[in-house]
Design a protein around this ligand. Structure first.
Ligand code: NAP
Length: 421
């Protein structure tokens, strides 16, 4: 460290001496050599010495016979292709790391921070709670105070707050301390709501990108290969640097193998209500049932257990947010409830029909036939009758559900109705 300082200082002195008016060529040569020495490595110094030895002869020799210099040139004054600089800048820009600021350093914020760091970006974070030591262990700069966080001027600010708290967090966020053209993004599991919030509350010169990684710390624990990332470039300025900044952020997901899905926030919410919200609902229902491993797990049952596993660690706030802040969720919940009722009705319809038929058959039989006299009156006979009817119904109907009272027409109408919903 000290040696390096010394060399640089030496170089500075030598360079300043070059700039001073010097009398005579010998002095100029000596100063130039001194300057080059100051920046040269040991090997290069040896080469310089030999160069010095031959330089007097070279100066008197004919011009045009160029000697190969053993010194590696450090700067070129020669003309470069016209687009050389632009291309170099492009390459540097491509690789340049982003300073990514995460607001809300909970479960998901930390999960994302790890991948951003792995992909060579700098990460800073702020959150309501104190995550100082966790952040330090992840190599993330942590600022409890959002003002301090904003004054670090991150290129991108990503809101990883709970759906329920996002509006209040944005309202209290000191946006004015950020750089004028900051890119703001969010990863909320609902999309129309943050899009509207951003458009209403963010300054006009901020870029806006809505993201939804459709996986979490459990489902995305290992590889992100083929896991979907939904994104909507809600507002991105025309400048090339702004568009590139968006691409650089998206490239993290792309490089991790995500399936990149560009989709409007509105379309996302329609599709997510019938996929994600239903998945979480069923996962929570099964979780409430406390399913456990059995010694005869089928593949299907394994999938159910893994569904419970993937959803049970998510906070209830997250689940409630999926319901409350997606206007399509209520209709999906009703559809789920209706579907469950229909399946249950199919089961009970059949059972009720059999019992009812049994009751009426019994009532229609003459008293003697119901156990009096010498007729077969045992419970065994009644049971056989019931079983026989059951078998008959399976053979005739061929499928579950439907009452013998209602016959096929009504049943198929019901099924058609269910399919069209
Ligand atoms: P979450 O419970 O939805 O959110 C936790 C985060 O919200 C924490 O950073 C927490 O800050 C912050 N927060 C909660 N209440 C707050 C309040 N009143 N004021 C300020 N901050 C508050 O759990 P999460 O799993 O970490 O999800 C974060 C976001 O990522 C959500 O919007 C979620 O929809 C989205 N997301 C999650 C997943 C997933 O699988 N988990 C997947 C995709 C997207 P403190 O910890 O400092 O209190």
């Amino acid at each position: 460290m000290f040696a390096a300082t010394f060399v640089v200082a030496g170089a500075a002195t030598a360079c300043s001496s070059i700039r001073q008016p010097v009398k005579g060529n010998a002095k100029v040569r000596a100063a130039a050599l001194g300057a080059r020495r100051a920046v040269a490595s040991r090997g290069e110094i040896r080469a310089l010495a030999s160069e010095r030895h031959t330089s007097s002869r070279a100066s008197t020799s004919r011009l045009g016979t160029r000697r190969a210099s053993p010194v590696t040139p450090r700067a070129l004054d020669a003309a470069q292709p016209f687009d050389f600089e632009a291309k170099q800048r492009q390459q540097v820009e491509k690789k340049r790391s982003l300073k990514i600021g995460i607001v809300g350093f909970g479960n998901f914020g930390q999960f994302l921070a790890k991948r951003f760091i792995k992909n060579g970006h700098d990460v800073i974070a702020t959150s309501r709670s104190d995550y100082g030591s966790i952040a330090a262990s992840l190599n993330v700069g942590y600022y409890r105070d959002p003002d301090d966080f904003c004054e670090m001027h991150p290129d991108v600010v990503i809101f990883c707050t709970s759906i329920l708290s996002t509006e209040a967090t944005i309202n209290a966020f000191p946006m004015q301390r950020l750089r004028r053209n900051t890119l703001v993004a969010d990863v909320l599991s609902v999309k129309q709501f943050p899009k509207q919030l951003f458009l209403q509350r963010m300054p006009d010169n901020f870029d806006i990108l809505c993201l939804h990684p459709m996986f979490g710390p459990d489902s995305g624990k290992g590889s992100w290969k083929d896991l979907p990332l939904v994104y909507d470039k809600v507002r991105v300025g025309e400048e090339k640097s702004r568009r590139e900044r968006v691409e650089r952020l998206l490239r993290v997901f792309e490089d991790e193998g995500c399936r990149m899905v560009e989709m409007s926030c509105e379309e996302h919410d329609i599709q997510a209500a019938s996929s994600q919200f239903i998945t979480h609902t069923v996962g929570r229902m099964l979780g409430t049932m406390e399913l456990t491993e059995t010694t005869i797990n089928t593949k299907g049952y394994e999938s159910l257990l893994s569904l419970v596993n993937n959803t049970s660690n998510d906070s209830f706030d997250l689940y409630y947010g999926l319901f409350m802040y997606n206007k399509n969720a209520t209709a999906e919940l009703s559809r789920l409830e209706l579907a469950f009722s229909q399946v249950k009705a199919q089961l009970f319809d059949r059972l009720h029909t059999l019992i009812r038929d049994d009751i009426f058959d019994e009532a229609a039989q003459p008293a003697g036939a119901r156990g009096g006299g010498g007729a077969p009156s045992s419970a065994e006979a009644e049971e056989r009758t019931f079983k026989d009817r059951l078998i008959d119904q399976v053979n005739v109907g061929g499928s579950l559900g439907g009452s013998t009272d209602e016959k096929g027409g009504d049943k198929s109408e019901r099924e058609e109705g269910a399919a069209s919903r």
